[in-house]
Write a protein that binds this ligand. Structure first.
Ligand SMILES: *Cc1c(COP(=O)(O)O)cnc(C)c1O
Length: 365
């Protein structure tokens, strides 16, 4: 049996009639930038997250960047970021003009360690970006407490966590602003790039709407020096179709995660630890193995494709050589990059595929 890491085509096959209709509707409308389709999806997504506002933008990276800029973060400021995240979290800080300051994760949960945050705060620190890595919400309450105490903004990176719950509430309203990505592989993925910011703050929403559209609300009137980063109406129309399926798809991921968790309990593998009060959406199902690469090769030889999220942390990338952070300066991020392995997971995996992966991870670990 061959089990691919992801099967993006399966969602299109499931929803082909509705998606084709949505595309045709946009083509027929003669309206190809922002407009009714984008507004409709924004309303649906805001309602789904329980937020007052959702603003559709070009990418998840832009969602983070524009949220930071809207919060007046820029040159001379520092923003705390997890040391073990996809590099976009750091790049958003860099593109705002501020400096990313890494904080190590809790080795069990792989999410930012709330107790390590305070010692990373300087007089230049303006914000914290917790990442809900792999679809498990970071422990937000202690982070929000520290932020309040020091007068810092919090923008959470929910690129992997559409629909995930923290203390009974979906992510998207706990912090000042929440950034989402609709990159095709994400739990809610477009057929191309896309992103959104949710917030309950009217002022922030208004500013982000300006920033994504040349600083303009009224054509040829430019209030601020904005960008061009708008969610595409074709993508918005298709995202509306997929949003209606998101809960079912997340629940299917939860079932698969439960089956893997049962198998892992009979193996030497270490799962990512879950905290109380969260309901994760399993964007990624990661396990730790001390001899990860050999384990990975054995699975590959059995037809099971896996990935590593992420093999080389941002501080060890050439893009951040200027920060002069030696690899050993963030040992937890480095170690996780060597030991973690992500198993295939997705709403369209067949029962026999899940069973086969569960069997093989016990047999080959
Ligand atoms: C995917 C991702 C992003 C970036 O999203 P894009 O839409 O690809 O720009 C940011 N942060 C995390 C944690 C991600 O997984």
């Amino acid at each position: 049996m061959r089990v691919p890491f992801v099967d993006l085509n399966a969602a299109y096959i499931e929803l082909k009639a509705e998606l084709d209709e949505a595309i045709q509707r946009v083509l027929d409308s003669g309206w190809y930038v922002l407009g009714a389709e984008v507004e409709r999806f924004e309303e649906e997504f805001a309602a789904y997250c329980g937020a007052r506002h959702a603003i559709g933008v070009g990418t998840g990276l832009d969602a983070l960047t524009l949220a930071l800029i809207a919060l007046d973060i820029g040159q001379g400021d520092e923003v705390l970021v997890p040391s073990n995240t996809y590099i976009a979290t750091w790049l958003a800080v860099s593109h705002s003009g501020a400096l990313p300051v890494p904080v190590e994760p809790n080795e069990g949960t792989c999410n930012i360690d709330g107790t390590a945050i305070e010692s990373a705060i300087s007089e230049r620190t303006k914000a914290i970006i917790p990442v809900h890595l792999y679809g498990q919400p970071a422990d937000l309450d202690p982070i929000l407490d520290v932020a309040r105490g020091f007068g810092l903004a919090v923008v959470d990176d929910a690129a992997q966590a559409h629909g995930a719950e923290y203390k009974g509430k979906r992510v998207g309203t706990h912090a000042d602003a929440t950034a989402f990505s609709f990159y095709p592989t994400k739990n809610l993925g477009a057929f191309g790039d896309g992103g959104a910011i949710t917030t309950n703050c009217d002022n922030l929403a208004r500013k982000i709407r300006l920033l994504r559209n040349y600083g303009s609300q009224q054509k040829y009137v430019h209030e601020i020096a904005g960008f061009n980063s708008r969610l595409d109406p074709l993508q918005a129309a298709m995202l509306s179709v997929k949003l209606a399926r998101l809960d079912d798809w997340n629940n299917r991921r939860r079932d698969i995660a439960m089956e893997y968790t049962r198998a892992i309990s009979r193996s030497p593998l270490q799962p990512v630890a879950l905290i109380k009060g969260v309901n994760p959406v399993w964007h990624v199902f990661a396990v730790k193995h001390p001899d990860r690469d050999n384990f990975r090769n054995r699975l590959e030889a059995s037809g099971i494709s896996t990935m590593v999220h992420y093999p080389v942390p941002p501080h060890m990338q050439a893009a951040y050589a200027n920060l002069k952070l030696p690899p050993s300066s963030l040992p937890v991020a480095k170690k996780l990059g060597q030991e973690l392995l992500s198993l295939p997971i997705g709403p369209h995996m067949k029962a026999d595929e899940v069973e086969y992966v569960a069997e093989c991870i016990v047999k080959y670990s």
